[in-house]
Design a protein around this ligand. Structure first.
Ligand code: ATP
Ligand code: MG
Length: 464
């Protein structure tokens, strides 16, 4: 039992652990899905903002015009690459605060209630001649990181990409070189990327999962609590049962000593004062003796019949089953006072059986005694035995029967069916418990079939 409880606890804890792992996995998956959904939802609502807002569009036109002129200067070899980049940067820096304010205004219009930052970074700038030859890379983000052009400042790692755009254009211009006006055409390849940064997006996503998280925690605590409560209850119950069993065993044991003294005392009284005792006193002493014997028998029954099947030590022997069963039934019939009880024998066993005669007899007698105790007038008991596959002996009576719902408790220690409404026969409720323990010690099984008011059949099966 202790082992079983420990196993139950281990299995429950492992189960709970597995459940938490699965729950954690599912929550993590939901979190990832919600995060992706939230980011793409934000991305969708701000994409093409530059094109849709006239002010932003104008700002973009402004820096793009400037930029084309700087590139022209570079193409005409009037400034260096470095100067080109720093001119672009200082121009966009000068209009950046206007850009940010306008952008935030547009966000407000879109009802984005969380704090969103946005920027545009440059990935590549490549210039080639009009037919696309002699390309010259002014800037490339591949070995480095893209550089900030417009918008809020945040690191690349802290942002999410919104979109990237490639601006391809042919630009023609005139420049006076050494007093001569020359016309040029160049081809520009300019790649930018729009990025966004959402302040506290983790909290926002988690906030959207509050209900799920709260429900998960609640269910987990509920299951944990119920499990804890059940196991605690089980252990308490087991302790109570142990204490009760110990108590019954101890008290019956303790009762034996005074009863033996009483037996001895009555015997001495009868022998030593044989002549002095009157007839009347003699009968009183006889009553004391009889009741004493009865009490001793009852105590022995409790003590012996409390044994579990693991504690029963069998001394098995080869027994001729037919002969053996006839003997017990005949002896039993003789012990009955009533002549109106009929016992039919239908015994057809050809093989010898291996049993402990002492214990097996007790088992059979317990069933026979019950048949008589819970029988009716004109009781008829049928004992059948055969050895078709295993050795089977069944004992049927036409007695008061047992309600169907009680059958599964019948072999429990101290269990008795119903109360006075069903029968008023006295007993301890140990007979069938002990019979079952004996049968189990023989590696056999016992079955019961019963119909209320019709009768009961017990069948014992023992492997040959
Ligand atoms: P004990 O045998 O310890 O003196 P008991 O007869 O009450 O007491 P069991 O032999 O274990 O205990 O039987 C348990 C209960 O099963 C009985 O109280 C009785 O209600 C019911 N029972 C057993 N055999 C029969 C039967 N043949 N017919 C009807 N009821 C039965
Ligand atoms: Mg009984």
């Amino acid at each position: 039992m202790k082992k079983k409880i420990r196993l139950l606890i281990i299995v429950s804890v492992l189960g709970l652990l597995a459940l938490s792992l699965i729950q954690g996995y599912l929550i993590n998956n939901t979190y990832k899905l919600k995060k992706t959904a939230f980011i793409s939802e934000t991305r969708r609502s701000i994409s093409r903002m530059d094109d849709l807002s006239p002010v932003l569009d104008t700002i973009n036109d402004m820096w793009q015009d400037r930029f084309l002129n700087y590139v022209a200067d570079f193409y005409a070899k009037q400034i260096s690459k470095k100067q080109l980049l720093s001119s672009l940067k200082s121009y966009t820096d000068s209009i950046n605060s206007l850009y940010i304010v306008t952008y935030q205004k547009e966000l407000k219009k879109k009802n984005i209630e969380y704090n969103l930052k946005f920027n545009k970074i440059v990935n590549t700038i490549i210039i080639a001649d009009s037919i696309g030859n002699n390309s010259d890379t002014i800037y490339n983000s591949k070995p480095k990181k893209g550089f900030h052009l417009l918008g809020d400042k945040f690191t690349i790692e802290n942002g999410h990409k919104v979109s990237s755009s490639l601006w391809l254009t042919d630009h023609s211009f005139n420049r006076e070189i050494d007093g001569e006006l020359k016309s040029f055409v160049y081809n520009l390849q300019f790649e930018t990327e729009d990025r966004m940064n959402i302040d506290g997006w983790k909290q926002i996503v988690l906030g959207r999962m509050t209900l799920l998280l709260a429900a998960s925690i609640f269910i987990f605590l509920l299951v944990f609590g119920l499990l804890y409560y059940s196991i605690k209850n089980l252990i308490t119950q087991k302790k109570i049962v142990d204490v009760k069993t110990d108590f019954v065993n101890n008290i019956t044991h303790e009762l034996k000593t005074p009863l033996s003294t009483l037996t001895l005392a009555t015997k001495m009284l009868k022998v030593n004062h044989k002549d002095a005792i009157s007839k009347n006193t003699q009968s009183i002493i006889n009553t004391i003796e009889r009741q004493n014997v009865r009490l001793q028998k009852l105590i022995d029954q409790v003590l012996n019949n409390s044994l579990g099947y693991q504690e029963i030590e069998l001394r098995k022997e080869k027994v001729n089953a037919t002969e053996y069963l006839h003997t017990i039934i005949d002896d039993f019939q003789l012990s009955l006072d009533s002549k109106s009880i009929q016992i039919d024998k239908n015994i057809n066993v050809n093989q010898n059986i291996f049993i402990d005669k002492f214990y097996f007899t007790t088992a059979i007698l317990n069933i026979l005694e019950n048949a008589v105790k819970y029988g009716k007038e004109n009781l008829k008991i049928i004992v059948k035995a055969n050895d078709s596959k295993d050795f089977k002996v069944s004992i049927s009576d036409n007695g008061i029967g047992i309600p169907k719902k009680e059958l599964k408790f019948l072999f429990d220690k101290f269990y008795r069916v119903g109360n006075k409404e069903i029968h008023n026969v006295k007993g301890l409720g140990l007979g069938l418990y002990y019979t079952n323990q004996i049968v189990r010690a023989h590696h056999g099984t016992i079955e019961v079939n019963s119909e209320l008011t019709k009768g009961t059949t017990f069948t014992i099966t023992i492997p040959l």
